[in-house]
Design a binder for this molecule. Sequence first.
Ligand code: SF4
Ligand SMILES: [Zn+2]
Length: 306
Amino acid sequence: MTAIPYLDEVWSVTTGCGDDMVSPGCLNCYARRMFGRNLWECPECDGTGQIDVPGILYGQRDEMDCPRCDGTGHQDFTPTFHADRLDQPLHWRKPRRVGVSFMGDLFHEAITDEQIFRVWQTMTECSQHTFLVLTKRPQRMHDWWGRWWGVAEPNVWLGVTVCNQEEADRNVPILLDTPAAVRWVSLEPMLGAVDLLSVASDRDQYHYTNALEGYQIDGDMFGVPKLDWVVLGGETGPGARPMQPEWALDVYRQCKAAGVAFWFKSMGTAKIPPRWDWPGAPGTELLAEMQATHELPAVLAEAVTP
Ligand code: SF4
Ligand SMILES: [Zn+2]
């Protein structure tokens, strides 16, 4: 089990994002906080802080401070590809739902195309597992996929993070244009209202995509792939920003009406506005129903092609 309830395993084949903040959702990043606590060993020196180097005399060995961690023995938040972890999923016998690089972003610019290719190779070798890829860099995922892979693997679910409408408008259409067995959105931390029935960079009543029902209005109306799964949650931890229950309920209603699987994660740790504090407040029944909803997508073969 993991701290993320919809996953059985987190596969940290890459970690870290450095100082990059590509989204308002990065501000209180859990992974950055964890790395700040120096819980992870430096991969270069295995946590010893020292590396072996040739000495002055022939055959002699010396030790010096590991250049990767400056001798601290701790791994920092620099984007890192861990080649030694590539085969980890091969050793997990029972089928698992695996989060890929949830302590970083697989599509961070510092991770090379070849490294991502090797990650994909492992995922295809492990058809017993379901791999959940989640990125805040959907354009790179889209472009990499088109250049390097080109096949929608049935056990690889592609997801993007969306914190507010601006990110939904920018990220969701790119995801819908990337072939995948399952396309999903993680609205976590949810920082603003989001309408998934209407997304597009130049959204108005004549140009938008309904991402839950799978059609686009652009002068004409035509079918497009739709989202298969929505995960939603408020921010947790120090400095958490509040999620208005109305925002969450609105997306829940949208998914319910469209028949799209919905997984509620948590209200977050910021205080809920007072209107929702007392029993019997309007909407509290629906709020309870939403909080108990933990659906997974039905994997459909026809969802593979855009
Ligand atoms: S992309 Fe994810 S892991 Fe990277 S800084 Fe943002 S929230 Fe943290
Ligand atoms: Zn080191």
